[in-house]
Each structure stands twice: as structure tokens, then as C-alpha cells.
Design a protein around this ligand. Structure first.
Ligand SMILES: [Zn+2]
Length: 529
């Protein structure tokens, strides 16, 4: 990612830092008796990916809710939950989602109305309450005997009004609950969560972080720009780094009120703590809602709704946050999706910058912009923190919301922003989308949605631009360009090895790219099977 160096054959790293790059022959000289050598066999190594806008603990939380969509039979579902229970404490609730009996290869037996019954699940997992949501509706699922017990559902419980306790012909509950009957199980879960003590809450919070860490490493993510954590989260991250249980580098945006920030932000500011892993020098605020829910704040009404959306935070409050950010030397990152929200935030930033060129404040999403505002990113030096994969996810319905003209002029306009001189950092907003840099890379270079349609392809990035948006640009957007984003001597040895060259392989083959190795600070932390 450095023009002066270009592409090389090999690199050497020591003590977590790249010490040399060059030909295989040149780098051979760095080989010692203790050196670990990884032969790439022609594969591509790039700087480790930075996820430019993700919710770190949210990723862990979503992974605790087990995805059962890929299961091919009820037996497989039971097996997945049995394996999960082995990892958990007895009594912990296990949640899953996405099972569908019609999608299984083997018809389920025994069955009632085609649905599985809880017996095998209850036998496999007797000590943990299990609640598995059905794929078709948000309000149906199957639970094990433990949940029936806790929710007080037995053979003589009548169906609640508006719900069904699905039963065997002899009246025994199958474990399948519909509508208000399902609510009984959900209420039992909520009650259990309300009763957790601080020790248990801490255990869950740490588990979420461990799962998020593992997920990031698996996907080749070595740094995450964490889009909103609390002071408590930050303290927990720090403890887990100290204990060696957290590897991914975190650049954290604090998500706290102005009042709390004013009290604590000075003492929480830190750059490169925990051996270069933890940086806290940014604040997250939210100016508006989302386009999908007509919540994004627009200059003109929606095409399909008689409103302009709305601000979620008074602009005056954002101005106060800007003042605090300047006072304590923090970056300010404000979520803005609609063109009105983006304009208001740019106004707040312009006032706060007061001619000062290098604050690197960021607009998170910058999804829909007025033509008049696009050049302001480059002129002011405001970072556009965008999500390539949101463009391709949203493409099928964005023109309905905005109309074709506005969608073409200002929605996800990466190239127009780059041409204005703006820096774009790319992310996935995980867990909203999968924290997968390859999928995001593909969206950014193709703008092709799931139906195969291209969303205003003239705004696509080149492959190098896309890679830069996850490496060098991301480092710049975090004031970390002296240590991250390039593989040249002096930089951190954060490296991802990919199964093929994503810069040259045929576009149709990109999706087959696998992460082979993930290295953080010279430590090999993930390798594909
Ligand atoms: Zn977000």
C-alpha cells in the first residue's frame, strides 16, 4: 500500500513490527533459529483489514444468538445446541434463530403438524433453557423442557388468547409456541435477564468480547473502529487486553452523553494503550435515523412518504459535543444518513474547525448527500466513514425512498467524494452486516446488489481504492497512519494472507477468496483449517 515500495515478495517482522520488505533473497538474511517462516506459496498478503465502523460488543452479542439457518435437519439443530451448551454454564439461556422445518433434507420425526417436538432437544440439553426462534415469523419458536418449566407451561395450561401451545394428540406440549404463547417464553427469558447479578452480567459481557475478537480474526480484521462504546466497555477492554484475552486493536468512539463526557473524557483519553491495542480519542453521536425506516433527515420529503424524516439529537447538543471534542482533543464522529443531517453536521464541523485543517472529524455513513455539500468533505477535511455493503444491501429500495434523481446524485457517492479530495474509510456496521472485508470489498468495487443489478456503477471504487479504504485510509481516519495501513519497515506487523490476489482475480471469482492467516503485531492468531 506504499507507492514507493509497491509489491514485494517477502517481509520480515520482529517484536510486532515490520523490519524489512524485499525479495525472498533479501529477507532470507533475517531468518534466525527462532524465526517462524510462513511460505505464502504465491498467495497475497496485505495489511490487516480495518473495520471502519463496527459495533464490537454487538458482534459478540449477535453471535450468542445462534444462527440455525444452515442446519439441514432437526438432529443437526439439536447437535449445534448441544455443542453450544457444552461451552456454557448450566442455567445460561441459549438462544437460536432461523430454523425452518421445510428447508431440512430429512423430514422430522416424530413431528406434529410437520414441526419437531422438544424431546430430543430436552434430552441433549437438560440444564440450560433453550429458546429457538423460527425463520418464518418473529413470533414462533420451539423451546426445551427447561423453558416450559420456567414459563409455567404444562400439559394442562390452556392456550393464551391469541396464541397456540402446539400439542401432541394426547395433549402433551411439543415445545412449539406461537404468538402470545411464544411471548410467555420470551417473558421468562426477560425475567431471567433482569435477575442477573453483576458477576453474571460481567461474565456475559466478557463472553461477547471474546466471540467478537475471534470473529474479527477469522475474517482478517486486525483493527476495528468501534462505533460507540461506554466508559464501562472501555475499562473492560483494557482489563481483557491486560489478561491477554483480546487481540484485535480497537479505536473506540465513546458513546456517552455530553454531561458524562464532560466529567470523564479527559481521564479516558488514551492513544496506543495496552501495548498499542487500545485508542480512545473519539466521540460518537447520532444526528438522524435510517433511510429504510424513513428516519433519515432529508432536505426534501421522501418520494414514498409524506415527511422529511427527523433529527434524533438536537443540533445544539451536537454543537456542545463539538465544543467538548475541541477542548479535549478528541475526534468527533457523527452518524448522518439523510442530506439534511449531513448538511447540519458539516455546518457544526465547519464552525468547530475554525480554519484548523487537521481534526479528521468524521461523518459516519454519509449515505445521502446534496450535490452542494459533496465538495465540503474535501474542502474541510471531513472523513466520510461509509459502508460499501450497505449500498448493495439497500440498492433495491433506495430509489423508491429518494426517487431516481436524488439516488443518482447523492446516494453512496464514493467517487464524487474522492474526487472532491475526501478520504473514505470503509466498514460494515457489523452486526448489521457481516464483519466481512471481502464481501465489503466486492460491494465497493461492483455496487452489484443481490439481484445482480448495479447501483450507479460510475461511483464504484477501483480495487486498489477499495483496499485503501480498509487499510491506509482507515489508518489516516484514526490518526494511525504512522503505524498502520501499510506493510513497510516501522509499521505494525498486522497482516492478512488471502487465498488469492483480490487485486487481479476475475470479478466473478472474488467471492471465493478465503482468509488463510491473520497476524496481529507479528503473532499468528488465526489460520484456516
Ligand atoms: Zn453503526
Amino acid at each position: 500500500m506504499d507507492d514507493a515500495v509497491g509489491e514485494v515478495e517477502a517481509l520480515a517482522a520482529r517484536d510486532g513490527v515490520v523490519v524489512a520488505v524485499g525479495t525472498n533473497g533479501e529477507i532470507d538474511a533475517y531468518r534466525g533459529s527462532e524465526t517462524r517462516v510462513i511460505d505464502l506459496e504465491g498467495r497475497l498478503a496485505t495489511p490487516g483489514f480495518t473495520e471502519g465502523h463496527g459495533h464490537f460488543t454487538g458482534i459478540g452479542r449477535s453471535l450468542l444468538n445462534i444462527d440455525l439457518r444452515a442446519a439441514r435437519s432437526w438432529d443437526e439443530v439439536v447437535e449445534i445446541i448441544r455443542a453450544e451448551a457444552a461451552e456454557r454454564e448450566p442455567g445460561d439461556w441459549i438462544l437460536g434463530w432461523g430454523w425452518h422445518q421445510e428447508k431440512w433434507d430429512t423430514p422430522v420425526a416424530p413431528a406434529v403438524e410437520g414441526y419437531p417436538v422438544h424431546d430430543a432437544l430436552s434430552a441433549a440439553v437438560p440444564d440450560n433453557p433453550v429458546l429457538l426462534k423460527h425463520a418464518a415469523g418473529s413470533h414462533a419458536g420451539i423451546v426445551n423442557a427447561r423453558v416450559l418449566d420456567i414459563a409455567g407451561i404444562d400439559d394442562s395450561t390452556p392456550d393464551p388468547p391469541g396464541g397456540t401451545i402446539l400439542r401432541h394428540p394426547d395433549g402433551r406440549a411439543t415445545g412449539v409456541l406461537r404468538e402470545t404463547a411464544y411471548s410467555l417464553a420470551l417473558r421468562a427469558y426477560d425475567d431471567a435477564m433482569d435477575r442477573l447479578d453483576n458477576v453474571e452480567l460481567e461474565r456475559f459481557a466478557r463472553r461477547e468480547i471474546e466471540l467478537a475478537n475471534e470473529e474479527c480474526l477469522t475474517k482478517g480484521v486486525t483493527t476495528m473502529h468501534d462505533a460507540g462504546s461506554s466508559f464501562d466497555d472501555v475499562e473492560r477492554f483494557r482489563r481483557m487486553y491486560d489478561e491477554g484475552r483480546l487481540d484485535v486493536r480497537l479505536w473506540v468512539m465513546l458513546n456517552e452523553s455530553n454531561e458524562e463526557l464532560a466529567k470523564k473524557m479527559a481521564s479516558f483519553r488514551t492513544v496506543g494503550a495496552a501495548g498499542g491495542h487500545l485508542t480512545v480519542r473519539a466521540i460518537k453521536r447520532v444526528a438522524d435515523g435510517a433511510l429504510g425506516t424513513h428516519g433519515a433527515w432529508l432536505l426534501e420529503p421522501y418520494e414514498d412518504h409524506d415527511s422529511v424524516g427527523l433529527p434524533t439529537t438536537p443540533v445544539e447538543s451536537l454543537r456542545e459535543t463539538a465544543r467538548l471534542a475541541r477542548e479535549h482533543d478528541y475526534q468527533l464522529c457523527i452518524h448522518a444518513i439523510g442530506d439534511r443531517a449531513n448538511r447540519e453536521v458539516l455546518d457544526v464541523f465547519e464552525e468547530a474547525y475554525a480554519g484548523d485543517a487537521d481534526l479528521r472529524w468524521r461523518i459516519e455513513h454519509a449515505q445521502h448527500l446534496s450535490l452542494d455539500d459533496i465538495p465540503r468533505f474535501g474542502e474541510l477535511g471531513v472523513i466520510a466513514s461509509m459502508q460499501g455493503v450497505h449500498c448493495t444491501s439497500d440498492a433495491p429500495w433506495v430509489p423508491r425512498r429518494l426517487g431516481d434523481r436524488r439516488a443518482e446524485e447523492g446516494a453512496y457517492v464514493w467517487r464524487k467524494l474522492m474526487e472532491s479530495g475526501a478520504t473514505i474509510v470503509n466498514g460494515t456496521d457489523a452486526p448489521v452486516e457481516d464483519v466481512d472485508p471481502i464481501a465489503n470489498f466486492i460491494s465497493t468495487v461492483t455496487r452489484r446488489d443481490r439481484h445482480g443489478n448495479v447501483f450507479y456503477g460510475d461511483q464504484a471504487m477501483t480495487r486498489m481504492e477499495s483496499l485503501a479504504s480498509m487499510t491506509t485510509n482507515a489508518a489516516y481516519a484514526a490518526f494511525e497512519e504512522d503505524t498502520q495501513g501499510k506493510l513497510i519497515p516501522g509499521m505494525l506487523a498486522d497482516i492478512v494472507v488471502l487465498s488469492q490476489d483480490i487485486l487481479t482475480v476475475d470479478e466473478n471469482a472474488l467471492a471465493a477468496t478465503r482468509v488463510e492467516h491473520t497476524i496481529v503485531g507479528g503473532k499468528l492468531l488465526y489460520s484456516a483449517e
